[in-house]
Design a protein around this ligand. Structure first.
Ligand code: GDP
Ligand code: MG
Length: 306
């Protein structure tokens, strides 16, 4: 598949978000009586679109300085281009990819609250890397429920990927230990770890995840560790609070934003960047194994506003 098709698919995935935002912006622009009316409505729309307070303030400040008459004369697309430029500016340093290094063990650990898409993202990453002929091993460290192990097993079997066996109730850190040992023994260079996501307010989950991280650090050398937090884009501002607590305990290296196909509010990406400073690395929109995209600022802003 060429780049153009991938971008088209990505835009399709974001269509709900885009249509909602573009329609509202268009209406807002044409219905505004004067500049202060325009700024007031814009502020409200940005907040409702989940951009968060600090990004909203920054955008409003930028538009404070424009000549509103000139904007009216030049039309909606002129306004949209300015908004795009501001968003790209805010997101500027957010793009970064997950690199797989041939010379060492690449460990990718998924963390996040229940239902935020960890297991699905684990499957999607595995699928992508498998297609790139990477030697992967999947580790089901969500041993809390048998169904969670089974869900991952179905995905692994579907793509013919190897998965470590684990029993319900097993100690997640020892399952991870087994996974890393197996990867070393079998010459694999990618380990994908799925974890449990019972409520983040229960400290035992954080303890458990910290223990996994310690096992990785203690038992492994020559490795890279990517701690990817899945955030359900439909959760809005609640997601920001969740992200903070995972980051505090674990040091999150990147965000995988899931269910972007199910939300009419794309602004959460901007809020994450402004309020957490953690890069969004992956976006999933859709439930198919190939509905996974690298986050690229320009493409995202284009897809959102065009
Ligand atoms: N529409 C949509 N659904 C998703 C996406 N990612 C995950 N899901 C669904 O969200 C639910 C929870 O996902 P799961 O991976 O099990 O979350 P986990 O509890 O964090 O492991 C499942 O029903 C998934 O099929 C996505 O990008 N789009
Ligand atoms: Mg899961």
């Amino acid at each position: 598949m060429n780049i153009k098709n991938i971008f088209y698919q990505f835009k399709e995935g974001l269509s709900k978000t885009r249509i909602e935002l573009a329609n509202k912006l268009g209406l807002l622009f044409s219905n505004s009586k004067d500049k202060s009316d325009f700024l007031e409505k814009l502020e409200e729309l940005l907040i409702l679109s989940d951009l968060g307070t600090s990004a909203t303030v920054e955008i409003i400040n930028e538009f404070q300085q424009v000549n509103f008459r000139e904007y009216k004369e030049n039309g909606f697309s002129f306004f949209k281009e300015k908004l795009k430029a501001i968003l790209i500016d805010i997101l500027n340093s957010t793009s970064s990819e997950i690199n797989i290094d041939e010379d060492r063990l690449n460990i990718i650990m998924l963390v996040g609250v229940n239902g935020s898409g960890k297991t699905s993202i684990a499957g999607k990453i595995a699928y992508r890397l498998k297609n790139k002929n990477k030697d992967i091993i999947i580790v089901p460290a969500d041993t809390f429920r048998a169904a969670a192990i089974q869900q991952l097993k179905i995905l692994a079997d579907k793509m013919g990927a190897e998965m470590i066996n684990a029993k319900e109730g097993a100690d997640p850190a020892s399952v991870v230990y087994d996974g890393i040992s197996a990867a070393r023994a079998r010459g694999k260079n990618v380990v994908i770890i799925d974890t449990a996501g019972r409520l983040h307010t229960k400290t035992n989950l954080m303890n458990e995840l910290e223990k996994i991280k310690r096992v990785i650090q203690k038992e492994t050398d020559n490795y890279s560790l990517e701690i990817l937090q899945t955030i359900d884009a439909t959760m809005g501002q609640n997601a920001i609070a969740q992200a903070k607590s995972f980051n505090k305990s674990l040091g999150v290296t990147g965000i995988a934003l899931t269910k972007m196909d199910g939300t009419a509010k794309g602004g959460i990406v901007i809020a994450i960047k402004k309020e957490l400073g953690i890069p969004v690395k992956l976006i999933s929109c859709g439930e198919k194994l190939n509905n996974l995209y690298d986050f690229k600022t320009d493409e995202f802003v284009e897809a959102l506003l065009d």
